[in-house]
Design a protein around this ligand. Structure first.
Ligand SMILES: [Zn+2]
Length: 228
C-alpha cells in the first residue's frame, strides 16, 4: 500500500461523492493498493480494511485526529483528541478464515464480516442488519450433530458468535468510553474511520477546489492550464 497523490485524492473524492460509505472505503484502498484486486480488498475483514484506512489516513492527513460528539443525555459538546496509535488494535497476523464456537451442545462455524457483507445489508435497522450479516457469515451450525439454521439457534449462541467475531477482529469495533463533564453521563461512542476519513477528504477537496477557483479568477487561468 502507498500514499495517494493530490490528483489521486481528488479522483477518489469525485468518484466517492456518489458512492456508499463501503464503496468509498474500497475506492480509497483500490487506488492505494494497485497490486490487490478489488475482490480481494472487498473480502478483507472489516478490521483488516479499517487498519489499512487508518494507515492511509495517517499518510494523508497525519496521525492526530479530532472528533466532536454530543452527550446523548444533555447534548453538551465534547471534543476528543487522539492519535491513530490510540485506536490501532489490528495485529500483523490476519484472523483465521473460519472460526468456530462450541457451546451447550452447539457447534457453529462462521467467518468474519467483510465489505461485501456490509454492502449487502439492505436495512438501516441495526438488529435486522446484524441478522443479515450473520446469515451471510454462517458456514455451518450443528446441534448434537444435526444441522441447524440461523433462525433455530438460541439468542445466547448468536450473542456468543457476535462476541467472538468482535474479539477476532477488534479493529472493526472501535469505541470510546466517555463521561460527560457537564452531567456525568457515561456512554460508549463508536468511531468509524470510513466516515471520518471521507468527511475530512470532502472538506479538503472542496477547500482546494475553491482556492484553485479563486486563483484561476485572479490570474486568468483556464481549465487546460491546471497541473494538479
Ligand atoms: Zn451530558
Amino acid at each position: 500500500m502507498r500514499a495517494l497523490s493530490v490528483r489521486e485524492l481528488l479522483q477518489v473524492w469525485e468518484q466517492g461523492c456518489s458512492q456508499s460509505p463501503t464503496n468509498r472505503a474500497l475506492t480509497l484502498l483500490s487506488v492505494a493498493c494497485p497490486d490487490i484486486a478489488m475482490k480481494e480488498l472487498a473480502e478483507l475483514s472489516i478490521g483488516q480494511r479499517d487498519a489499512r484506512l487508518l494507515s492511509l489516513r495517517e499518510w494523508t492527513f497525519g496521525s492526530h485526529l479530532v472528533s466532536v460528539v454530543n452527550c446523548p443525555s444533555c447534548g453538551d459538546r465534547l471534543e476528543l483528541n487522539f492519535s491513530i496509535a490510540d485506536i490501532c488494535t489490528a495485529s500483523e497476523i490476519p484472523p483465521p478464515s473460519t472460526l468456530s464456537l462450541k457451546q451447550e451442545g452447539y457447534l457453529v462455524r462462521f467467518r468474519l464480516p467483510n465489505s461485501c457483507d456490509v454492502a449487502n445489508a439492505t436495512t438501516q435497522d441495526a438488529v435486522i442488519a446484524q441478522q443479515q450479516l450473520l446469515e451471510r457469515c454462517l458456514v455451518e451450525a450443528l446441534y448434537k450433530a444435526e444441522p441447524y439454521s440461523l433462525e433455530q439457534l438460541p439468542k445466547g449462541i448468536l450473542d456468543a458468535v457476535v462476541e467472538q467475531m468482535a474479539l477476532a477482529d477488534p479493529q472493526a469495533d472501535v469505541k470510546f468510553a466517555l463521561t460527560c463533564p457537564a452531567c456525568q453521563h457515561a456512554w460508549k461512542s463508536v468511531f468509524d474511520i470510513v466516515s471520518y476519513f471521507w468527511d475530512e477528504l470532502n472538506v479538503w477537496a472542496v477547500r482546494l477546489l475553491r482556492e484553485v477557483h479563486v486563483l484561476a479568477s485572479v490570474y486568468g487561468w483556464h481549465e487546460t492550464d491546471s497541473c494538479i
